[in-house]
Write a protein that binds this ligand. Structure first.
Ligand code: FAD
Ligand code: SF4
Length: 398
């Protein structure tokens, strides 16, 4: 008698149908596949299990006696890096795409899960399993929208691939780690980016229209360490809008409920994380979590300039002041916002302290969001490290 693997009996949900995590669903893609069988355990919004999965992926979970572990997760080392020859059109210098290309061309993996965009819409995500460097490069640059990266998981099993690299953000990677053993792989490599304040495609349109002077020509944007949003336009020009001048009253509901309830900004379960916020302006920030991550980074070491990470300033007061400001959706007049941006840039937190600033601001905001909208989930959903981070601040009582 042939045995049927349990997940194969499950049926993917139809596009557009309500997901098990309901409004908290981040559309990670798991429920678009028969791996929906595992959704109750695997979904980051139904079963927060960062500590258990850290132990599985890295051999230990965060050491709660070490503040760096609260913030940056399990890690062997961190550094600032940039490509000596940046990839044109990448989000930053293209370290992520370069690592993926090297892993593929050197035969470490047979395929790379990454996300391109559709032909009709530069911001509409299209997850693929890339098998050529060209396909990896076509996925460069952020799609600043919820992206169902895991929707290609069924194709992996069907393709017979045994060695795979997955590129993704925290919620996708938590679900991936939870079903890793079911994928029939010999080796899974995970290359993560930090992620915060993501939006649905409609939410993105609203954000662009309320914030940029020319929403239709934006090719990418980033919330930068100089406390401004940098929009890059088709003609190469950069438009800078101070954080403090954002129309928070109109933007309050723009971020996806999943991202307003997320406490895995730094992608705790990836082997290697490539972002920017812990590095000086213009550099990328690298967190090596385990030996696999180290091996991945070594493949591109000769293509990178690197520097030790630095930390400067004190974020605490700025974070405390931002809590009621965000809560009351205060918008400063543009001249005041610009002035505040300039002052904060001069004296404000830099390097790892800027990363802590960003983590603190988002975790306090998200803690209040979960407390107000899903009080029954608060205790189990917020990981211990995040409770400690939030516990450093005074929050409004209700
Ligand atoms: P590239 O070589 O351009 O490659 C980008 C890779 O990202 C591609 O392989 C693509 O498959 C993947 N990708 C693109 N969009 C998505 C998506 N929606 N979901 C999953 N994978 C995707 N870093 C910080 O330090 N702080 C932040 O606050 C921060 N916020 C982010 C928010 C979002 C929504 C995203 C997607 C990333 C964010 N990052 C953040 C990471 C950072 O912006 C860069 O992606 C990272 O530094 C890699 O740059 P790169 O030039 O090496 O990437
Ligand atoms: Fe399913 Fe992913 Fe949505 Fe959770 S976040 S309900 S696993 S698609």
């Amino acid at each position: 008698m042939t045995s049927v693997i349990p997940h194969k009996k499950a049926k993917a949900l139809k596009p557009g149908s309500l997901r098990p995590a309901k409004e908290l669903c981040s559309e990670c893609g798991l429920c678009d596949t028969y791996y929906i069988h595992y959704v109750k355990e695997a979904c980051a919004f139904l079963n927060q299990q960062v500590a258990e999965l850290e132990a599985q992926a890295h051999g230990r979970s965060r050491n709660l006696d070490h503040e760096d572990d609260w913030y940056f997760g399990v890690h062997q080392e961190m550094m600032a890096a940039r490509k000596k020859q940046p990839i044109a059109g990448a989000q930053w210098t293209g370290i992520v795409s370069t690592i993926a290309c090297e892993m593929l061309t050197r035969g470490l993996v047979e395929g790379v899960v990454c996300v391109q965009n559709t032909e009709e819409d530069r911001f509409q995500p299209k997850p693929v399993i890339a098998t050529t460097p060209e396909e990896i490069l076509a996925a460069r640059v952020n799609k600043p929208t919820l992206s169902p990266n895991l929707s290609v998981l069924e194709q992996i099993e069907q393709s017979g691939m045994k060695r795979l690299l997955v590129i993704g953000v925290g919620c996708q990677i938590q679900a991936l780690r939870a079903v890793e053993k079911e994928l029939g792989l010999e080796k899974l490599y995970v290359l993560g980016t930090p992620c915060v304040d993501n939006v649905s495609r409609e939410g993105l349109q609203k954000f662009l229209e309320t914030t940029s002077k020319s929403p239709e020509t934006v090719v990418h944007y980033e919330f930068m360490q100089d406390f401004r949003v940098h929009f890059k336009h088709e003609d190469g020009s950069i438009e800078k809008v101070p954080f403090f001048g954002l129309k928070t009253n109109q933007l309050k509901d723009v971020f996806a409920p999943s991202c307003m309830s997320c406490f895995d900004y730094v992608n705790s379960l990836a082997d290697l994380v490539v972002g920017y916020m812990g590095a000086p302006f213009g550099w990328q920030w690298i967190v090596v979590r385990n030996q696999t991550g180290k091996e991945m980074l070594e493949l591109v070491q000769d293509q990178l300039d690197t520097e030790p990470v630095m930390s400067q300033g004190d974020r605490k007061q700025a974070v405390q002041q931002s809590i009621p400001a965000y809560d009351k959706a205060v918008t400063l007049p543009m001249w005041a916002a610009k002035m505040m941006g300039v002052v904060i840039e001069k004296i404000g937190p830099k390097g790892l302290e800027y990363a802590r600033f960003s983590i603190d601001s988002h975790f306090t905001r998200n803690y209040l969001y979960v407390k107000r909208h899903h009080p029954e989930k608060l205790d189990a959903h917020v990981p211990e490290y995040a409770k400690r981070i939030v516990g450093q601040y005074q929050l409004p009582k209700s």
